[in-house]
Write a protein that binds this ligand. Structure first.
Ligand code: CDP
Ligand code: CDP
Length: 207
């Protein structure tokens, strides 16, 4: 069983995807981390994220980077959304995600283009959303808990910039797959979001 979970920043897709993986006993991949690693690698190599060739060079990052705490920084999210707009960066990361999705027994993946590009054959697709304000509030609380002094207005502005870039790009834009189920978590607790997600997946796969 392949479960695809897509949606914008801080909509709750990671929380939901992790819980689904646990519930259905499937391996889980946070594909955003791969793009964040490219963004961080571009920065550390002193390259230009806007230049496709630079971003492609950074796509061959060392896997130890996936454990780097700076991956979760707000700035890294912005860099990720710049490098991820380059088609050749998406191509460089494609096989790794595809292999993960197609492993025997299935998998849960979350990102922006799982249901549309990485695993269009997924058995269940969820598109998770929440209002920009609520997403900014959630992400701000997370960043504060990690010791960041970033303001909530800054987080909201960065989320809006990422939404616009991720939805407006021509390569695999953030979009709901035609056969995805919509899950708005704006006014749902984590527990309620997960319950709803399990119900939606069960209804799709009729287990
Ligand atoms: O966790 P959050 O939603 O803040 O971001 P993320 O999932 O870690 O993704 C960071 C950035 O990577 C996004 O803003 C997208 O630009 C990009 N991304 C993508 O293009 N395709 C994916 N499948 C996952 C992430
Ligand atoms: O993966 P994505 O960036 O879409 O979001 P996330 O990391 O799953 O969730 C962002 C933050 O919102 C986390 O701190 C979650 O615990 C929180 N959250 C929440 O408060 N209520 C929900 N219904 C879902 C997530």
């Amino acid at each position: 069983m392949i479960i695809a979970v897509d949606g914008p920043a801080a909509s709750g897709k990671g929380t939901i995807a992790r819980a689904l993986a646990k519930h259905y006993k499937l391996p889980y991949l946070d594909t955003g981390l791969l793009y964040r690693a490219v963004g961080l690698s571009v920065q550390r190599m002193g390259l230009d994220p806007e230049r496709e060739a630079d971003a492609v060079a950074a796509s061959a990052f060392d896997d130890s980077l996936l454990e780097d705490p700076a991956l979760r920084d707000d700035e890294t999210g912005l860099l990720a959304s710049v490098v991820s707009a380059h088609p050749l960066v998406r191509a460089a990361l494609f096989q790794r995600q595809r292999r993960f999705a197609a492993q025997p027994g299935g998998a849960v993946l979350d990102g922006r283009d799982i249901g549309t590009v990485i695993a269009p054959e997924a058995d269940a697709k969820l598109f998770v959303k929440a209002t920009p304000n609520i997403r900014a509030q959630r992400r701000h609380a997370e960043l504060q808990a990690r010791g960041s002094a970033i303001s909530k207005d800054r987080v909201l502005a960065d989320i809006r910039a990422r939404d616009a870039r991720d939805s407006g790009r021509s390569a695999a834009p953030l979009a709901m797959a035609a056969d995805a189920a919509l899950l708005d978590t704006s006014f749902l607790s984590i527990e309620a979001s997960v319950q709803r997600a399990v119900a939606l997946v069960d209804a799709r796969v009729k287990r």
